[in-house]
Design a protein around this ligand. Structure first.
Ligand code: EPZ
Length: 425
């Protein structure tokens, strides 16, 4: 069954919500549980479909997972009885490939299909594979699967030719149980990587340089259980800050530290929006005019590519012309056509979007093509004159938990309807 969201725009959003645990931290933490010789417990696990996919992938390998909708999760990977990740699930989510490093490190073998996920352009895993090979694994690609095995991974020096969140995660996890010391250079430094490193250290891993571009991991013989609370989701937080800005509202986000979203907040302030740090969270007060910006996405601590489409929704109403240069994903511009249906005036040339501000959005039916484009369409719908229907909500549900309930609690007029499957001709 397909769902759709129906939004009647024009309502100022006011009130407070608690920022969820981060999707992009929780997923690798779940994968990393494979490394542990004892059960682990997670807190603040978001209730999103990507988490449910990762649960099914772990269970498909025999891992025991218990969780509730309040964010508690118990994972016992001592029951793991096969090292082949279920292909039909892995192709649905890029983060599925995070299980490969832990499988290799703990069990000496793994079979994981080449991952799928958001169509943001090619999602290669060559940097992951090169790192596993450098640590002594035999890795082949066969029939759409990556198959790897090793008697035991060996520590070595790895210099990543480009910054990759995924390759940094997988290599760090693999190195925790390798023989000897692994040095990873030119690492990604996202807060979700810091959270994964802290989680591994809480299990007994020896990791130095956390938060820098160089990680030094001394392999240990085994990792023990732990209880860990997932870091807040800076991408969800940024999206809700934009909801406050685009509706000229006043929203307080609990449990988000400015220091993990600072570049974005600085840009939002430059766009004429008020963002105040208070009581362990962030308050946004939306204003007009929205001032134009020139943004270039970059690895952390640069402007996050995942907030490019949501920010483009706000800048579609700017006074003048804004520019967004996308340096991470070729396919990030899927949102442009859909925002255009709501009245946005965006021209894409190569990896640069030129956003010519328009006075308002006019509600219309649109289709969410990926998670963050979906977030952008929700934002535009909240500000639009009239009614916006968003199809493809399954993408939005991958990254934003309980989105309609949370927006309604802030005063939005938004409902979810389950779309009957239209029989194919
Ligand atoms: C992670 O994707 C996030 N996903 C993405 O968020 C995020 O946009 C991205 O990092 C950048 O911040 C998760 O954490 C689950 P990369 P990932 O490896 O790990 C190329 C969302 O909406 N590359 O840093 O795939 C790659 O093609 C999602 O929550 C290689 O060439 O990002 C891309 O151009 C979308 N070879 C660039 O590097 C490789 O082996 C960055 O990819 C790996 C990556």
């Amino acid at each position: 069954m397909g769902d759709r969201l129906i939004i009647k725009g024009g309502h100022r959003l006011e009130g407070k919500i608690e920022v969820s645990g981060a999707k992009n931290a929780c997923l690798p933490l779940m994968a990393a549980s494979i490394l542990s010789s004892e059960p682990v417990e997670l807190e603040r696990v978001p209730d999103i479909s990507d988490v449910r996919i990762m649960v099914k992938i772990l269970e498909g390998m025999g891992v025991t997972v218990e969780y509730d909708r309040q964010g508690h999760m118990f994972i016992d990977s001592t029951t793991l009885n096969n090292t082949r990740a279920p292909e039909d699930l892995v192709v649905r989510m890029n983060a599925s490939f995070d299980v490969m490093g832990p499988l290799l490190a703990r069990h000496g073998c793994g079979e994981v299909s080449l991952p799928g996920g958001c169509k943001l352009g090619p999602r290669p895993v060559n940097l992951h594979i090169d790192a596993f090979k450098a640590m002594g694994a035999e890795v082949i690609k066969e029939g759409g699967f990556v198959k790897a095995k090793t008697p035991r991974l060996k520590g070595t020096r790895i210099l990543f030719p480009k910054v990759s969140v995924g390759a940094t995660k997988n290599s760090m996890m693999a190195a925790t149980l390798a023989e000897g010391v692994t040095t990873l250079e030119n690492c990604a430094r996202e807060p979700e990587i810091i959270d994964l490193a802290k989680f591994l250290v809480s299990m007994g891993a020896k990791i130095e340089g956390i938060g820098t571009q160089t990680l030094r991991i001394e392999g240990v013989s085994k990792l023990h259980g732990t209880k860990y609370a997932v870091v807040s989701d800076r991408i969800e937080a940024g999206t809700y800050l934009l909801a406050g800005a685009i509706t000229e509202g006043d929203i307080f986000l609990e449990k988000i530290d400015l220091n993990i979203i600072e570049t974005f907040v600085l840009q939002l302030r430059q766009a004429g929006q008020e963002v105040i740090e208070e009581n362990g969270g962030l308050r946004v007060i939306g204003h007009r005019p929205i001032k134009p910006l020139e943004i270039s996405t970059a690895p952390y601590p640069g402007f996050p590519t995942d907030l490019h489409p949501p920010m483009a929704a706000l800048l579609s109403l700017c006074e003048g012309i804004s520019i967004i240069d996308e340096t991470i994903f070729d396919g990030r511009y899927m949102y442009v056509m859909e925002l255009g249906r709501l009245g946005a005036d965006i021209l894409v040339n190569g990896r640069t979007a030129r956003i010519c501000g328009v006075p308002k959005f006019i509600g219309a039916p649109v289709d969410a093509p990926d998670i963050r484009a979906g977030g952008a369409l929700v934002l535009a719908g909240l500000a639009a004159e009239g009614e916006t229907t968003i199809r493809g909500v399954r993408y939005i549900d991958r990254g934003y938990q309980h989105i309609e309930e949370r927006l309604r609690s802030l005063g939005a007029d938004i409902v979810r309807v389950t779309e009957p499957l239209t029989p194919l001709p």
